[in-house]
Design a protein around this ligand. Sequence first.
Ligand SMILES: [Zn+2]
Ligand SMILES: [Zn+2]
Length: 119
Amino acid sequence: MPKYSFSCGSVGMNCGFEIKNASSEDELLEMLKIHAKSSHGITSIPSELLAKIKQNIKKSGKYSFSCASVGMNCGFEIVNADSEEELLDELMVHAKMSHNLSSIPPDTLNKIKQNIKVM
Ligand SMILES: [Zn+2]
Ligand SMILES: [Zn+2]
């Protein structure tokens, strides 16, 4: 499973607070509520700030995908890419060159995203 990390510095708070490798976004946000209250006097995080926080949460894990998981029998696999973006960029090249897809249709892309394995 991916690990979730956040530092207050990423949203412009210079308190030095960081959470590293929480096992879920929910876990991280629960801890952040405690920190926001005790260190920043924020009793409930405004939705604007929450959105900013979520954008700055770093997910770390290794991303893998095989064409077989979406029913393509080409045998293609990507193992342990560093991010979902990297994996999708690489997959785009494969889709173009091996499956003659100039772009991946949204429903196929959703299917692909559902089948990306994160370790
Ligand atoms: Zn802070
Ligand atoms: Zn393929």
